[in-house]
Design a protein around this ligand. Structure first.
Ligand SMILES: Nc1ncnc2c1ncn2[C@@H]1O[C@H](COP(=O)(O)OP(=O)(O)OP(=O)(O)O)[C@@H](O)[C@H]1O
Length: 228
């Protein structure tokens, strides 16, 4: 479970102060797939970064599966992020000179897993996203949708409990977007991974269990799951 209490985040000071998040309370249950939507500049990416442990809040607390994200030391927070969470971005963030297999294996190697084992796990993750025939391909040799699949394989390779996705379909056409969200849904259902997606696309949001709506740094709807 992900829980945020009274989360605030400001940038700058004085006349240039921007209050990007204002006293946000939020709860996301284990194995939920939720979207965060709202107008440009309302704070979606900031919320994702603060929830995921990338960017420290100005005030408030975040817990992920009982781990007090900002109560922990920076080193423990980074280790937690690496082991328990995965990230998917609009621009894929793949390393151009590495093959699909090497891109997926990189975070495992970073965790000290021997390369033979890392390659085996990475091959399996690429199979799960339907790219078993593209292991040796470089990002430039793959389509946008295929590159996003590689990024998703990299996100799932360490079997995280949460995947954070910031506009994962922002660079893709409608059909490919649909396939990528379908893949995330499949991972959510088969692996029980909690998935949090920031999106502008109502169709993407509509494929999630719940829509969290933001406006001007606040959540205006969907802060908690409505129990059946
Ligand atoms: N590093 C930063 N320094 C200063 N201001 C920032 C910074 N990051 C975000 N902001 C400001 O915080 C507010 C929220 O930005 P954020 O990127 O979270 O919005 P968003 O809803 O994700 O927008 P978009 O849909 O356009 O990506 C905006 O006013 C933005 O200009």
């Amino acid at each position: 479970m992900i829980q945020a209490n009274q989360l605030s985040k400001s940038f700058g000071e004085g006349e240039s102060l921007v209050r990007a998040l204002k006293e946000i309370d939020l709860r996301i249950e284990e194995s939920e797939m939720v979207s965060i939507v709202g107008p440009s500049g309302c704070g979606k990416t900031t919320l994702l970064q603060v929830l995921s442990g990338i960017d420290e809040p100005t005030a408030g607390k975040v817990w992920i599966n009982g781990f007090d994200v900002y109560g922990a030391k920076e080193r423990d927070r980074s280790a937690f992020r690496l082991q328990h969470t995965g990230f998917v971005f609009q621009a894929f963030h793949l390393i151009p000179v590495l093959s699909a297999l090497e891109n997926v294996a990189l975070p495992l190697i970073g965790q000290g897993i021997p390369s033979k084992k890392a390659n085996e796990l990475s091959r399996h993750a690429l199979e799960q996203v339907g790219l078993e025939s593209k292991l040796a391909a470089l990002p430039a040799e793959l389509s946008g949708g295929q590159n996003q699949r590689v990024a998703i394989a990299r996100a799932i390779v360490s079997k995280p409990s949460v995947i954070w996705a910031d506009e994962p379909t922002g660079a893709l056409d409608t059909d490919t977007s649909h396939q990528i969200v379908g893949l995330l849904r499949h991972i959510n259902l088969t692996m029980g991974t909690t998935i949090v997606i920031v999106t502008h696309d109502p169709k993407v949001a509509g494929q999630c269990d719940r829509i969290i709506r933001m406006e001007n740094g606040r959540i205006t709807a969907g802060a908690k799951k409505v129990s059946e």
